[in-house]
Design a protein around this ligand. Structure first.
Ligand code: CA
Length: 226
């Protein structure tokens, strides 16, 4: 597992990296918020261990930015003793768990395992694409945090496009994906669902492009890249 540790306390940072390297993880250690933000922009991490009190950007800002990116990095925040507001704020910003300093290394490892187990159950089903969030298992979608009201067919079309976001999906593929309850679905009705979805997705900046004779693909607008 590729782990990013963000900790400005040298002793703690070194101790954490040594411990996780011994557990066969690939570890990067940075000591300020700007480096962390940069590392998260350019590298592909499987886990983030994030101190809150940091020079440069604080841990809250690093986490806020991380949660705007498409790739979800499971995160444990490290907070100082008695900083209850920090825990609440960290969890509000999307931390998966927090640890109060001082903590034992085996405790950290146990928490990492718990977070990973929890995420494995949901990771496959949660997709974030620009401002659009989709929970495949629950068959629900949101723009920002507003739930989208979709009919079952519209949902089927959206699911099909989201699972192949950025790639071309033919009308026949969509028809096959949504017609299991209704064999012989006329592919032309897909255009109706696409047009309704376009209206509902408008606030998300996510667009459904169509290429005549090929099919459709989902694309997010440039200003939704972070
Ligand atoms: Ca600190």
């Amino acid at each position: 597992m590729h782990v990013l540790i963000v900790e400005d306390d040298e002793t703690l940072g070194d101790g954490l990296s040594r411990y996780l390297r011994q557990a066969a993880h690939q570890v990067d250690l940075v000591t300020n918020g700007r480096e962390a933000d940069l590392a998260l922009t350019h590298e592909w991490y499987d886990f983030l261990i994030l101190d809150i009190g940091l020079p440069g950007l604080d841990g809250f800002e690093v986490l806020r930015r991380a949660r705007l990116r498409d790739r979800y990095v499971p995160t444990i925040v490290l907070t100082a003793r008695d900083a209850v507001e920090d825990k609440v704020r960290g969890l509000d910003l999307g931390a998966d768990d927090y640890l109060v300093k001082p903590f034992s290394l085996p405790e950290l490892e146990a928490r990492i395992r718990t977070v990973l187990r929890r995420n494995q159950k949901t990771a496959e089903t949660h997709i974030v694409y620009g401002k659009l969030k989709v929970d495949i298992a629950a068959r629900r979608a949101w723009v920002d945090d507003n739930p989208l009201r979709l009919t079952s067919r519209e949902w089927g079309v959206l699911e099909c496009l989201v699972l192949r976001a950025g790639k071309m999906v033919s009308k026949d593929q969509i028809a096959a994906a949504i017609s299991d309850l209704d064999a012989g679905l006329n592919p032309n009705v897909i255009e109706v669902y696409i047009s309704r979805l376009r209206q509902k997705l408008a606030p998300s900046g996510v667009k459904i492009h169509s290429i005549r004779g090929f099919g459709y693909y989902l694309e997010k607008t440039a200003d939704d890249e972070h």
